[in-house]
Write a protein of this length. Structure first.
Length: 197
């Protein structure tokens, strides 16, 4: 099977990136009579996050999305992906925060263990490649957090370092890279086909 298309979409919080990504994949999946898969990395840790998750579910309710809840260890979705699927992963930034703090309940979060995030990063890229070997189109949504001023908190700076590094690697792999700004898609890279708006 030909490698699937990879689209990377970033933007500020509530910039319209998730809605744009959903519409993009719905349009393509309908055109090809294919299955829509939503990989959700969010965890309802408070009432605001629960409300956001419910809002996203409501947005997807008019189309037949297969939802896979996977806050960590993205590779665990691979057995559920079928050839020709149209897959949306929302979102990378939530996944990264979840992964950085895996093990915190035992007092050994990944963020404090030498080599832990490097292993998770390597596994992430292997998983993305495996997804692209099955999916017709994979869209990855991520938040743009690097426009903020440097933080006084060391852990925030570690997070920023990792998100910047992973963003660069995924944009390098991507066929299309889009930044959402006030609901407007700004296309920075488009190596394959036109982007439907």
């Amino acid at each position: 099977m030909v490698r699937g298309k990879l689209t990377f979409i970033s933007g500020g919080v509530r910039s319209g990136k998730s809605s744009y990504a959903e519409k993009l994949l719905v349009h393509e999946a309908q055109k090809n009579a294919a299955r829509l898969v939503y990989i959700a990395s969010g965890v309802a840790t408070d009432s605001e996050m629960q409300a956001r998750i419910e809002h996203h579910k409501s947005d997807r309710s008019t189309h037949n999305w297969t939802t896979l809840e996977q806050p960590v260890e993205l590779e665990k979705v691979l057995p559920s992906i079928q050839p020709g699927d149209y897959v949306l992963w929302d979102c990378l930034t939530t996944w990264l925060a979840n992964e950085l703090y895996t093990g915190w309940e035992s007092g050994k979060p990944c963020i404090g263990q030498s080599g832990c995030m490097q292993r998770k990063e390597t596994q992430l890229y292997t998983t993305i490649d495996a997804l692209l070997s099955q999916a017709a189109h994979l869209v990855i949504v991520s938040n743009e957090v690097l426009d903020e001023l440097p933080s006084e908190y060391a852990e925030t700076e570690i997070y920023s370092k990792w998100i910047g590094r992973i963003h660069q690697a995924l944009v390098s792999k991507a066929d299309t890279a889009i930044e959402m700004d006030y609901g407007i898609p700004i296309i920075w890279k488009n190596d394959r086909q036109e982007v439907t708006q």
